[in-house]
Ligand binder design. Structure first.
Ligand code: SF4
Length: 374
């Protein structure tokens, strides 16, 4: 079983916090689609085409900047080359691109899951984040989505914005919950150095969000979502039972995936485990000049990765899986560390290592400590 990730590297404008790869030269979309279709065809009869593809994820950038006819060309090429099982086909979209006919077209192309980048309904926060859509467009797209045939969709929300009050956060969450979303990704705003926001923080014009405030926002989100039966199953991901994202869950469990498009990542583990990242350069991609080097991963690296990804999930990591799949035994120092964190109420260790709600708030620190103690 495997997944395919397709990176559509176009955006209308740069959001202030974003460090994904994208360009704002949307005039190259047609050329990009032609090249992507060629790229997909180059995998015909390859080892990647022999494994059944259960999930496809169109991410970006902004996949909703492509026309339905362009998406149709891409889907057709995928079906021609790969054995597609259709468990889940997700497409990220921004509210300002969505209309009822657009959603109907996507559905008829076989897209089964819509991922809506709302982030906030508050006008001043949308402006601060330099989002291309308005508060009204955010509400309207959710109304359209609710009235559409998409019974599986997810909405992105950002919290922990500098200057974001608790009242604003509660308003955002309550407004979103009115639409009964089956899945929500709620991200704490991170300040990335090369972004507009990162530069402003570096220049001292904006203070980064305080840890206490972010932790409080996290608690509010957990509590409000949970009151509507939407439970956290990963640090930033929440769903009603049975609507967890399959594509992303497969990443965390080391299923294979092939990334297409500039900046896309791939991971493939058959006789050896390899990871590679396409160059973040649209021009090179268009000229077929990007041939990324593959990094071969050792079992120890894989075990550490599994801990890093798995401990961020509600299921945690099965202790026996570490030895069975990765030939990795927890050291005495690691076991001691886990015992101490367990006494503090941050970790539960039984057949599985699972971070508690308190532990999840400092997941990155716990995981880093644990991995370095091997
Ligand atoms: S729309 Fe998405 S990918 Fe594009 S700049 Fe904004 S956050 Fe980044």
């Amino acid at each position: 079983m495997s997944g395919i990730y397709i990176h559509i590297p176009f955006c209308k404008q740069a959001c202030s916090y974003c460090d994904f790869y994208f360009v704002t030269r949307t005039s190259e979309r047609e050329h990009f689609v032609e090249r992507l279709v060629e790229d997909i065809k180059s995998y015909r009869d390859s080892r990647f085409a022999r494994e059944r593809v259960e999930t496809i994820y169109f991410g970006g950038g902004t996949p909703s900047l492509l026309e339905p006819a362009q998406l149709e060309q891409i889907m057709k090429a995928l079906y021609d080359v790969f054995d597609i099982g259709e468990q889940e086909i997700t497409l990220e979209m921004n509210p300002d691109d969505v209309s009822a006919p657009f959603l109907a077209d996507l559905k008829s192309l076989g897209i089964s899951r819509a991922s809506m980048g709302v982030q906030s309904f508050e006008p001043d926060l949308l402006e601060f984040m330099h989002r291309a859509h308005s508060s009204e467009e955010a509400l309207q797209c959710l109304e359209l989505l609710s009235a559409s045939d998409f019974n599986s969709f997810t909405v992105d929300l950002i919290y922990g914005n500098p200057g974001q009050s608790v009242e604003q956060l509660e308003r955002d969450v309550k407004k979103l919950l009115e639409f009964n979303p089956p899945h929500i990704s709620a991200y704490s705003l991170t300040i990335e150095p090369k972004t507009r926001l990162g530069k402003q923080v570096e220049l001292g014009r904006i203070a980064p969000p305080e840890d206490d405030k972010v932790a409080k926002h996290f608690d509010i989100i957990n509590q409000l979502f949970s009151s509507q039966g939407i439970e956290r199953y990963e640090v930033s991901n929440y769903s009603i039972p049975g609507k967890e994202a399959i594509h992303n869950s497969n990443y965390w469990e080391h299923e294979n995936y092939l990334g297409l498009g500039p900046g896309a990542h791939s991971f493939w583990w058959d006789d050896k485990a390899e990871r590679w990242e396409n160059e973040k350069d649209l021009r090179k991609y268009l000229r077929d000049e990007d041939h990324p080097e593959k990094e071969v991963l050792s079992l120890k690296q894989l075990a550490e990765e599994r801990l890093m990804m798995g401990l961020r999930t509600k299921k945690g990591v099965r202790v026996a899986e570490l030895s069975e799949q990765y030939d990795y035994e927890l050291s005495d120092r690691q076991l001691n560390y886990l015992e101490n964190r367990e006494q503090e109420g941050k970790v539960n260790v039984d057949e599985r290592i699972i971070l508690t709600d308190e532990g999840i708030k400092i997941a990155d620190a716990i995981i880093l400590d644990l991995v370095t103690l091997h």
